[in-house]
Design a protein around this ligand. Structure first.
Ligand code: ZN
Length: 340
């Protein structure tokens, strides 16, 4: 998704009573309702303004206010494990939310887990094990840092000017779209050489380490899940490589943290990124569930291997969109528009 070109709206809490009423009416017929949210990173409002890849971050203050709002309005924040139990029970009127953080950047340790701890509610960390292992090039972070710090960067042999925030955002969107895929590490390698970037230092600055994971994984509010070894698009891999990503990350978490990860989230997670073969492989790799990024809500009888999740990004700074996710309206709209 391209970065929004307009300034963010002021934080607003308090959303449409009509939307809430519609959701409750559906619950009377359909029983329990669960809404799974996912995001990657958080930023302060001030930092968010200047970030070249700001869609990737949600506003930390907004997340704080959202957790308070959910507590006030009777939503239970739960782990994926408990979400599945509640979906199986299907008790009428039961409403629950899960938040999962994908990949696991350093701010997961420094900002996100402490925020959920303050609210005393669970958070799920879907760890890409190549991040703490240092084997997954963090090209998104390296590209963003470089654009933020420089007025000119060299990309594929050409120098481009990125003096303004708008130019930095436009450059990020264009370069990331060109790099995305299996060749991204090679593009990033060259970019680091051409621009004098220390990729190892970028990694240390942005990665969540095994020591950080050690420190949080025994906290009862933290649920550890897996998000592959290398953040590969699973559907693009032959079966044995796809299985190695699924099983290998689970094994790595077990060996390094002593955690039996029961839940998996597909990188990217839309319909082209994971399909029935991959849902079956997730089951064979020993998981109890697999999550996508297809929008929607969890109802009684939900297939545990194609869990819908609603992505929160930089554009989410007021509750109206959140309410639409909570009722399932965004999922319904996405299905009508074929955006799944
Ligand atoms: Zn991811």
């Amino acid at each position: 998704m391209l970065a929004p070109q307009t300034a963010p709206q002021p934080l607003k809490l308090g959303a449409g009573p009509l939307v809430r009423t519609a959701g409750k009416a559906a619950d009377a017929i359909l029983g329990s309702r669960g809404c799974l949210f996912t995001f990657h990173r958080v930023a302060s409002s001030a930092a968010w303004e200047t970030l070249p890849n700001r869609e990737f971050y949600i506003d930390l203050t907004f997340l704080d206010q959202l957790l308070s709002y959910l507590a006030r309005t009777g939503w239970h924040v739960v782990t994926i494990e408990e979400a599945l139990e509640r979906a199986a029970r299907g008790r009428a009127g039961d409403r629950y939310v899960n938040f999962s953080v994908d990949d696991c950047y350093r701010d997961t340790f420094e900002e996100i887990v402490p925020l959920f701890r303050r609210h005393n509610v669970p958070v799920t960390l879907f760890v890409t094990t190549g991040i703490p292992d240092g084997t997954m090039p963090m090209w998104c972070a390296g590209l963003e840092d470089t654009l933020l710090a420089r007025d000119h960067v060299v990309v594929d042999g050409a120098t481009i000017e990125v003096a303004t925030s708008e130019a930095k955002r436009a450059a990020y969107a264009k370069i990331a779209a060109a790099w995305d895929g299996p060749d991204a590490p090679a593009h990033y390698d060259r970019f680091c050489r051409d621009n004098g970037i220390d990729a190892a230092a970028v990694h240390r600055k942005h990665a969540m380490s095994w020591e950080m994971l050690d420190a949080v994984c025994k906290d009862p509010i933290v649920e550890i899940g897996s998000h592959t070894v290398s953040h590969a698009r699973i559907s693009s891999l032959p079966p044995q490589d796809a299985f190695a990503e699924l099983h290998g990350s689970r094994e790595r978490l077990r060996r390094r943290l002593g955690v039996a990860a029961r839940h998996f989230a597909f990188p990217y997670g839309r319909s082209g990124d994971c399909s029935q073969r991959d849902f079956d492989l997730a089951q064979q790799a020993g998981y109890a569930s697999a999550a996508t990024t297809r929008k929607g809500v969890v109802r009684t009888g939900q297939d545990a291997f194609r869990l819908p999740r609603n992505t929160l990004n930089g554009a989410h700074r007021n509750l109206t969109m959140i309410e639409l996710h909570l009722t399932g309206a965004t999922g319904a709209a996405a299905r009508v528009l074929g955006r799944v």
